[in-house]
Design a protein around this ligand. Structure first.
Ligand code: NI
Length: 173
């Protein structure tokens, strides 16, 4: 159980593709557990390994609401085998872009194939917030942030706002 620091954009590691793990060994399982701790500590609903500086294809999600029991999911080498042609626009944020939000278009439903925490090969259907969250986290494995889905005008506005806030916070310390 270790909370690892989360990289903030812009950061070169966040732009790089992650490598497949192939099998879930003790090191990958430790990474998954640390990522869940890091995500929960930051009050996030999803986290991808590159966000903690590890370029491996591992994501964790937990979209349970505050009054629902925790439902942590660990996915290694995830692959979307089907995405619904129906898309939906919804607001997204990201622990690597703190306090920044924008609407992004995603498939409404997906089927994802992955290795679970025990290394078992699984396939899962997801809809709603879970489908959105998995698509967002899987983007990170290709070096894509949610702002990369926006117009350059909107993206630059968000990145400038984030940089300004970070500068103000640094100056206040
Ligand atoms: Ni993110």
């Amino acid at each position: 159980m270790t909370v690892r620091p989360i990289l903030i954009a812009p950061h070169p590691v966040l732009k790089r593709p992650a490598e497949a793990v192939g099998t879930v060994d003790a090191e990958v399982r430790q990474l998954m557990d640390d990522m869940l701790d890091s995500m929960h500590a930051a009050n996030g609903i999803g986290l991808a390994a590159p966000q903690v500086g590890v370029l491996k294809q591992v994501i964790v999600v937990d979209v349970a609401g505050p009054d629902e029991p925790a439902n942590p999911l660990c996915l290694a080498d995830p692959e979307i085998v089907w995405g619904s042609p129906e898309t939906v626009l919804g607001e997204e944020g990201c622990l690597s872009l703190p306090d920044q939000f924008a609407d992004v278009v995603r498939s409404e439903r997906i089927r994802v194939r992955f290795l679970d925490r025990d290394g078992g090969r699984r396939e899962m259907d997801a809809g709603g917030l879970l489908a959105r969250c998995i698509q967002h986290e899987m983007d990170h494995l290709q070096g894509i942030l949610f702002v990369d889905h926006l117009s350059s005008l909107k993206r630059n506005m968000i990145l400038r706002r984030l940089a300004k806030t970070r500068k103000q916070l640094a100056a206040a310390e």
